[in-house]
Every structure is written in C-alpha cells, then in structure tokens.
Design a protein around this ligand. Structure first.
Ligand SMILES: NC(=O)c1ccc[n+]([C@@H]2O[C@H](COP(=O)([O-])OP(=O)(O)OC[C@H]3O[C@@H](n4cnc5c(N)ncnc54)[C@H](O)[C@@H]3O)[C@@H](O)[C@H]2O)c1
Length: 314
C-alpha cells in the first residue's frame, strides 16, 4: 500500500478550505469529476494527510483544521461530504525570519509545506521557505511572491537536495490558462495580435488583499501570458457579493487576411479556490514524489501548473 503524503499548510484560507474539503469528498465518493490526474507517481487524490497547519488570525488558532477552514473571511462553500476532524490543531505561523526555527520544529514529520498565505508579503514567503529547508521539507509557493525566482533561495534548495515548486500557481481553468491558450491559438492560426486585455473580478479575501497589494501579482499574471507586450491587465476588482466566484472578461483584437479585423470576447466564471485546489493536489504529489525519489531543486515538471517559473520577471 502506498504511503500517504504528509502535508503542512501555511495559510488556512479559501484555497486550503477547497483542498481539505475536496480531498475528503474524493476519498468518500471515489469519483473523478474535476481531477486532472487521478494518479501521479502512484499517489491518488485521497493519498494526502494534513499533519500541520499555520495561521495568524486568532479565531483560527487552536481549532482543528477542518473547523478553521469554515471561519470568516473564508467564503468557499461547503462541499457535499462529511469532514471528519483532521486531528490537526491550527498553530501560530510566522511573519518574518525571526521565527523560522520555531516553525521548522513544528514541521517535523511533514514532507511538503504548501505555502498559501496572501500574496504581496515577500519576506514571509522566504521565511516559510527557509523553515521548510531547515526541516528537510519540500516547499510549494502558491503565491505571487518570489521564492523559486529568488536565486539565493533556489540555490539553498538545490544544495539541500529538496524540491522547490513555484512561483504562483496557474489555476486549473482560470484566466491565465484560458487567455494564454487563446493567444497561442491566434498565433498558430496566423492571426496578428493587435491588443488584448483581461479584467478580473472576485469576492474572496484573496481579491480584497490583491486590490491593496497588486505589485507581485500583476507581474506574475503577465509572466503567464504569451504575447505579453500587447496584453493589458485591468486593475483587479473586489466585489464582495461575488463570494468565492471569480469573473473574468477577456478581449482579443486581431487582424486576419488582408488586415481585416477579428474580435473575440470571453467571459469566464469559476470558483477561484477550486481552481487553486485542482492544481495544488497535483503540485503536492509532484513535490512528494520528487522528495521521496531524492530529487531536489526546482521541479521542471511543475512548470505547466505555474505562472512564474525561475528566470521570469519579478
Ligand atoms: N485561484 C486562486 O485562488 C489562486 C491562484 C493563484 C495564486 N493564488 C494565491 O494563493 C494564495 C492563497 O489564496 P487564498 O484564496 O486561500 O487566500 P486567503 O486570503 O483566503 O487565505 C490566506 C490565509 O493566510 C492567512 N495568513 C496571513 N498571513 C499569514 C502568515 N504569515 N502565516 C500563515 N497564514 C497567514 C490569512 O489570514 C488567510 O487566512 C494567495 O497568495 C493567492 O494569491 C490563488
């Protein structure tokens, strides 16, 4: 029987809620709806146990992970499944490098640290990565802050022989992958891109934070697109009534045969945290498999699931 992956999470927000609930649902039903890869290197979707969880909000501290995921401002809905207690109390995380050793000690027994705190806090991201490295744990940076794009951090993971995955996950069927696919199709079919934009609106805490802290996210979103020189991103919009939905509008203006105009508008509506969970489930299994196989440094097989790979702009 396969040994389940032991995962720690930093950040008990909507993405962690979607991941924790989804794993319980898939274990109970065995269905494969919305799963990209049922099995990765022998690991199924249900082969994941949570062993530690870090948060900073007082209301979540001390609660079981399965209880904390429903506390506000989280607003990802309850999935239709039983959620037995994980037996994992949420403990205090860190905000900077001063508490790396304490968090590293709390990671004992974990194989993978999934970093899912708000984007726009680069020092916090690097501090969690350092805690993972000291604990001998693989690190996944789902945020737009540079960790895999930080040459020193990458070198430390390479030297330690530990897997590093990042930066910024590309949602399973989100704005970036749909926009990029359309831009690639346009080029493949010989059209000439004139201009393009995307508008992203959402009602999650992530959106609220990104409206205030758009810096690292904006560049990361551009890194995920081909033809980025002609693509513009409208400022993100936080609309609380959208709840965990994200609504994106994509526009592409192009020229075809003889310079005639081609215009394409797309509206995409998804549950944003589901898009993250559908990718995090694969990143966790890739990272665990590499760790178990003794492969360290940046995991190139994760690149299609990320927005900002090492070497891309910060
Ligand atoms: N589709 C997506 O949702 C998507 C796609 C790509 C990237 N991301 C990124 O994933 C991350 C998580 O997204 P989310 O929707 O779960 O966000 P969220 O705001 O719902 O959750 C983040 C949680 O981290 C907590 N937190 C803040 N500082 C912390 C610290 N120092 N240590 C531990 N916890 C801390 C917050 O209190 C919050 O509960 C964000 O950085 C987001 O930009 C999300």
């Amino acid at each position: 029987m396969i040994e389940r992956v032991r995962v720690a999470v930093a950040g008990v927000g909507n993405n962690t809620s979607a991941l924790v609930q989804g794993i319980a649902l898939y274990r109970q039903t065995g269905n494969l709806v919305g799963i990209r890869k049922p099995v990765i290197d022998g690991l199924g979707v249900g082969d994941i146990d949570f062993v530690a969880a870090f948060a900073t909000s007082e209301e979540k501290l001390g609660k079981d992970l399965t209880e904390a995921v429903f506390l506000p401002p989280n607003n990802f809905p309850r999935l239709d499944c039983d959620l037995p207690p994980a037996g994992v109390p949420v403990t205090r995380g860190l905000v900077d490098e001063s508490e790396v050793d304490r968090v590293a000690a709390a990671l004992a027994g974990a194989e993978v640290l999934l970093y899912a705190a708000p984007s726009g806090r680069p020092r916090t991201a690097l501090a969690y990565a350092e805690a993972a490295r000291r604990a001998g744990v693989a690190f996944i940076n789902t945020t737009a802050d540079p960790v895999a794009r930080d040459p020193e951090s990458l070198a430390r993971f390479e030297a330690a022989g530990l897997p590093l995955v990042g930066d910024d996950l590309a949602s399973q069927f989100g704005t970036s992958v749909v926009h990029d696919a359309l831009l690639r199709l346009l080029a493949e079919r010989g059209m000439t891109l004139v201009s393009s934009y995307q508008v992203n609106l959402g009602g999650t805490e992530d959106f609220r934070n990104l409206v205030e802290n758009p810096n690292t996210k904006k560049q990361s979103k551009l890194n995920a697109l081909s033809g980025a020189g002609r693509v513009e991103l409208a400022p993100l919009g936080y609309l609380p009534h959208l709840g965990s939905h994200k609504v994106a509008h994509l526009n592409i203006e192009a020229q075809g045969w003889g310079g005639t105009a081609v215009s394409l508008d797309v509206k995409l509506k998804v549950h944003d945290p589901s898009g993250a969970a559908g990718v995090n489930i694969d990143l966790i299994r890739l990272a665990a498999s590499a760790l178990r196989g003794g492969r360290g440094g940046y995991l190139t097989e994760a690149s299609p699931l990320l927005k900002s790979v090492p070497g891309s702009a910060v």
